[in-house]
Structure formats: C-alpha cells, structure tokens
Design a protein around this ligand. Structure first.
Ligand code: PEP
Ligand code: MN
Length: 264
C-alpha cells in the first residue's frame, strides 16, 4: 500500500504555511465544535495566538445525528473563519461532507477534515485525493484499523499524499465516555503507516474532565498531535456543549500538556 511503512519508511511531514504536522514536533489543533460567530472565533483565535499555537478548527458543515440540530453556518461560516484566522496568522481546518463542498471550502480553509461518519464515503475520498490541500481523515465510529488504513489509501491512490490520520474513539459497550479512545490505534498506525497520527480527545471522551490524561496517554503512545474543542462560552454552544473547554479550562489543559514534558 502507498500508506505503508514498507512502501515508504520515512515519516510523512505535512507543511501548511509555517506550520508543520508530523516529524519531530507535536501539534495541537484547537477550536470550537461549530463556527458560530465572529466574536466567538476572535476569542479563540487570540487565545491560540497567545499560546503560540497555529491551527484553528471549526465546523461549518456539521454532520449532526438529528436533522433538527444546528447544521452549521456553511460557506458564510468558512468565510468568517478565514478572515479571523488570517488576521491572527493561523491555519484553518474544517470538515467537508460531500465532494461538491470541496470547491466551496477550498478558498477558505487550509486543511480538509473528513469526519468519522464519512470515513468510507468513497466518492469524497476520491475527490479529496484529487484536491491540492492536506487532508485530516478521522477514523469511522465502528471502523477497524484495516478499514481506516484502506480509506487513507484511497486518498493517496487518487493523488494526494498529504494525509494525516486521527483516532477519535470507537463504539463499544462502555457508557462512561461517548466513545472509547483506542490508544493502541496510535502505535499500530505509526508502525503500519508513514502518516502523521493524531488523537481527538474531545470526541472520544465526550466529556471534559478527562481530556488532559487522555492527551498525555496519546502523546506517550507516540501520537504526533492532539485535537481538542474549545469555546468561549460552552454552555451556549450550538453543538457539543458538554465537552468543549472554556478559555480558562483550555489554558489549564495547555499548561498541563506543557508541564507533562510529553509535548515537544
Ligand atoms: C468534528 O471534529 O467536528 C466531528 C464531528 O468529529 P467526528 O467526525 O470525529 O465525530
Ligand atoms: Mn464537536
């Protein structure tokens, strides 16, 4: 396989503007679940900037379980995100759910996110394979690592080798967490592929009181980076309000990562 270590032994390093993902430095991707307003993004962006972080996430096309839940601001949200990110010199990442959203999102975002629910949307995988921007591919809710690896292979096969993998928890019988963080996925994906491997602690936990230990475990297991959701006022968030860190909690999370000595 093109993604395999056998095919290419060196780690893939992804460069976006001045930001590097993979290789010797860790990455922390943070931002709100959904893009909601300019003020919201402004607060998050200035906090990231102050911490020396460079990648802001935010969903504008939202894959919601219920059709009655907030579906995202769409192109308007992406435009807002780009304007705020540009003014703070940040890189943006946002989810697209269908091939036709690639052209819509392309002018505004630096990294395409493919969400867990679309890990096996093969037309989407082919389309981002033909696109010219890096892709963050999330593991499906019930996907085996083999299926995950084949999904990434689609993107490389169609021409795009700027792919990073993200473990985001899988469905199990456990109910204390929203999903079960599969820590062993990290070393397995690192052994089998040359792609950067990141861990989304927010969507795996589905709660915010265990994010730091989960992030430390991910780094100790060899992850190249972490994704975490943060919102200026989580109680009023239009999605994932129980699991987003407010700015103070986010600062404590970041301090904890740095203090652990695991984040380099
Ligand atoms: C997200 O990161 O915004 C998201 C919806 O996550 P997932 O696809 O992992 O559920
Ligand atoms: Mn979310």
């Amino acid at each position: 396989l093109l993604v395999s270590r056998d095919y290419k032994s060196e780690d893939t390093i992804i460069k976006v503007k001045n930001t590097v993902i993979g290789g010797s430095a860790h990455t922390l991707i943070a931002g709100p679940c959904s893009v909601e307003s300019r003020e919201q993004l402004e607060t998050v962006a200035s906090t990231l900037k102050k911490m020396g972080l460079t990648i802001m996430r935010g969903g504008a096309f939202k894959p919601r379980t219920s059709p009655y839940s907030f579906q995202g601001l769409g192109e308007k949200g992406l435009k807002m995100m780009k304007e705020v990110a540009d003014s703070h010199d940040l890189v943006t990442i946002s989810e697209i759910m269908s091939p036709n959203q690639i052209d819509v999102a392309e002018p505004y975002i630096d990294i395409f996110q493919i969400g867990a629910r679309n890990m096996q949307n093969f037309d989407l995988l082919k389309a981002v394979g033909e696109a010219k921007k890096p892709v963050l591919l999330k593991r499906g809710l019930s996907a085996t690592l083999e299926e995950f690896i084949f999904a990434a292979e689609y993107i490389l096969h169609y021409g795009n080798d700027q792919v990073m993998l993200m473990e985001r928890g899988i469905r199990t019988f456990e109910t204390e967490t929203r999903n079960t963080l599969d820590i062993s996925a990290v070393p397995i994906l690192k052994l089998k592929t040359h792609l950067p491997v990141l861990v989304d602690v927010t969507h795996s936990a589905g709660r915010k009181d265990i994010l730091l230990p989960c992030a430390k475990a991910a780094l100790a297991a060899g992850a190249d980076g972490i994704m975490v959701e943060t919102h200026p006022d989580p109680e009023t968030a239009l999605s994932d309000k129980d699991q987003q860190l407010n700015m103070k909690e986010f600062q404590a999370f970041w301090d904890g990562m740095v203090d652990s000595g695991l984040y380099r």
